[in-house]
Structure formats: structure tokens, C-alpha cells
Design a protein around this ligand. Structure first.
Ligand code: SF4
Ligand code: SF4
Ligand code: SF4
Ligand code: FES
Length: 348
């Protein structure tokens, strides 16, 4: 363990801990754009710089390891001046579009400009203008708003393992691109939306059927219902309707989702969705109560078991059930009905 001081507060951390992690441990907030604890640190945005006593330059807190006896200041005049400079440079090449930008309210750039009182850039010059890539069914890419933090690229390669996007060109024309700039539709993108979830600005944005502002929504933590992995997610709910799904940090998904959990939520309020059991009567499926349905199942199962024995019955369970529900299903088949005929839809 090593001991250092941050803003006059002493903190003990394990060797190898970065200044950013040490500050977080004692509740000191250092702003970041390009940092994500799940990624290999790449230190490209410089918004997280801090002053370290005795160091020649400001240090990027997300990549600099804490050291024994280090004295760190996270919001000194020189640090604030440097962060203002970074924001000034970003805004020199960014559309000030917050009034209509879908990301307003969940945008790190907007939040930090507010925090450091940056209204506009002091630099005049050319601004990049890219056509919006609308070719993915679930999200769009507006490279005019990209701040080149690189998180999307590294999440796609290091966490998702798809490598659908990367940096193209250099200097002023650097942008995030698919191979040969052919657009998302012609890339290997699997639409997991994990890049969209980490984009700190409005450059990667989900397509939602409903217009909403983030501050109008209420997050509801839940478990994805699509398969048995148990990914944690936050449903963003406005007026009792899901308007977006965000990945949450659960033990089995660590802030990642697949395309189904992330984007396929409109079934929840779909008018065709079954809300009661259906029983076939005179060739027609008609709505029934759960009691009626269970009574029918019990009488049919008993009838078949009585006539042909328990092995005439099979149980077919679902990947959409939880582990516990699937466990109960096999208990029901083996313990109550008395057959080993139990299988699961994921085996196809
Ligand atoms: S990306 Fe952020 S700063 Fe840029 S226009 Fe949208 S809300 Fe405003
Ligand atoms: S949606 Fe998923 S696969 Fe597609 S670019 Fe983003 S992270 Fe990669
Ligand atoms: S698209 Fe978003 S996540 Fe990707 S580099 Fe640009 S700002 Fe960063
Ligand atoms: S967050 Fe540290 S350099 Fe970007």
C-alpha cells in the first residue's frame, strides 16, 4: 500500500492505482472524457489533468500511477485553466447544438462547459461537417459532434470484440469510420450499442420512437428478459413508457448489452403482446384466466400420465427464464411428473 495526499486529504491505495482511482476512493471528482475503467488506459483527451507537486507538467490522472508521498491538487488555478483550454479547443470544432441535440442532459461536454463556464470557443476557423450516418437501424453516427475520445473504438475492439470501427485519416479530418468509410450498414457492426452507451457526447445516439429529454426519464434497474445471462440494465421510463435502455454494471455484463437487450424493448408496450393465457375452445384461441389455464394443464398432464406413463410427457424450458425458474422446471418434471424428459430451447 502507498499513501498520498489529494487536495490535502490523505488516502491509502494499492501500488499501481492511478491518481484518478485514488481520488475516486475518497469522493473527489476528476472529469474525464476518454477514460473507462474497463479499457486499457490511453490518455488522449487531457481533461483529467491534475497538479502533482514537483512534477514539471500537469499529469493525466487516468494514466499516472499514484506514488508514495505524492501531493496532488485536482482543481488548482492552473488545472482549471488547462481544462478550460481543452474545452475551448473542442468547441472550436463542435456545433453548439445543445438546444436540439438528443444528448443534452447526458452529455459530458455540456456538463463540463457548464462547470468551467465555457460558452463558446475563442478560436475562429474551419469546422468539420459530416453527413449523419443513419444506415444502422438502431443508432446513428453524427461525426460533426465527435470529440475523438476513442472510447467507441476501444469498446468495440477490447470489450465487444467486433472491431467494426476505427480512426480514419489524420489531423483535422480525423474521424471515426467503418472500413473504407462505407457506413455502418456495410460494416461488421452487430448493433450491440456498446459504443453508443459510452460516447460522452451526441456523436453516437440511439434512435428512439419517442421524443424525450433525459431529465424527464426515470431509470428502473432490471434484469434483461431475453436470455439467461442476467445482464443488468436501466430502463429509462417516461410517462410509464420505456424510451431507452442503458446497460448497467452487473456481475455478468459489466456495463455491456447485446442488440436485443439494448434496442429491442418496444415489445413491452406492443398492442399485440399476450397478457393472459389463451385456451383453444372449438378451434379458436380464447383468453382465459391463469387458474383456468393451470387447471387445464394439470388435468391434461394427469390424463396423459395415467394412460401412457410419465415418459409420455416432456418439459421444454426457456432461455428467457431465470436460472432459478429453469431449475424449478426440471424439479417439476423429474420430481413431480417423474420423467427425465426435460430440455431447453437454447439447445435448438
Ligand atoms: S453533443 Fe453535447 S455539447 Fe454537443 S451539441 Fe450535443 S449536447 Fe451540446
Ligand atoms: S454497435 Fe457494437 S459492434 Fe457496432 S460499432 Fe458499436 S460496439 Fe461495435
Ligand atoms: S463517436 Fe463518441 S465515443 Fe467515439 S470517439 Fe467520437 S466522441 Fe468518442
Ligand atoms: S480522461 Fe484522462 S486523458 Fe482522457
Amino acid at each position: 500500500m502507498i499513501t498520498l495526499t489529494i487536495n490535502g486529504l490523505e488516502v491509502q491505495v494499492e501500488e499501481g492505482t492511478t491518481i484518478l482511482q485514488a481520488a475516486k476512493k475518497i469522493g473527489i471528482d476528476i472529469p474525464t472524457f476518454c477514460h473507462d475503467p474497463r479499457l486499457v488506459p490511453h490518455g488522449s483527451c487531457r481533461i483529467c489533468v491534475v497538479e502533482v507537486e514537483g512534477a514539471r507538467n500537469l499529469q493525466a490522472s487516468c494514466t499516472t500511477p499514484a506514488a508514495q508521498g505524492m501531493k496532488v491538487t485536482t482543481e488548482s488555478d492552473v488545472v482549471v485553466e488547462s481544462r478550460k483550454g481543452v474545452l475551448d479547443l473542442i468547441l472550436a470544432n463542435h456545433p453548439l447544438d445543445c438546444l436540439t441535440c438528443q444528448k443534452a442532459g447526458r452529455c459530458t461536454l455540456q456538463d463540463l462547459c457548464y462547470r468551467y463556464d465555457i460558452k463558446e470557443s475563442s478560436f475562429e476557423g474551419e469546422r468539420k461537417e459530416y453527413e449523419i450516418d443513419d444506415s444502422n437501424p438502431f443508432y446513428y453516427s453524427d461525426q460533426s459532434k465527435c470529440i475523438l475520445c476513442g472510447k467507441c473504438v476501444y469498446v468495440c475492439s477490447q470489450l465487444q470484440g467486433t472491431e467494426a470501427i476505427g480512426f480514419a485519416e489524420r489531423g483535422f479530418t480525423t474521424h471515426i469510420a467503418t472500413p473504407f468509410d462505407k457506413g455502418l450498414e456495410h460494416s461488421t457492426c452487430v448493433s450491440c450499442g456498446n459504443c453508443v452507451a459510452v460516447c460522452p457526447v451526441g456523436a453516437l445516439v440511439p434512435k428512439s420512437k419517442t421524443k424525450f429529454r433525459y431529465w424527464e426519464t426515470k431509470p428502473v434497474r432490471t434484469t434483461c428478459s431475453y436470455c439467461g445471462v442476467g445482464c443488468q440494465m436501466d430502463l429509462l421510463v417516461k410517462d410509464n413508457k420505456i424510451v431507452e435502455v442503458l446497460p448497467a454494471d452487473g456481475p455478468s455484463n459489466h456495463g455491456l448489452l447485446c442488440v436485443k437487450g439494448r434496442f429491442a424493448y418496444n415489445f413491452v408496450g406492443h398492442p399485440d403482446r399476450l397478457k393472459t393465457p389463451l385456451i383453444r375452445k372449438d378451434g379458436e384461441l380464447v383468453e382465459a384466466s391463469w387458474d383456468e389455464a393451470y387447471d387445464l394443464i394439470v388435468s391434461k398432464v394427469n390424463e396423459i400420465k395415467g394412460e401412457f406413463g410419465p415418459d409420455a410427457i416432456a418439459g421444454f424450458s426457456s432461455a428467457r427464464g431465470l436460472n432459478e425458474e429453469n431449475y424449478l422446471m426440471q424439479k417439476l418434471m423429474r420430481g413431480v411428473i417423474g420423467t427425465n424428459n426435460i430440455d431447453h430451447c437454447a439447445r435448438l
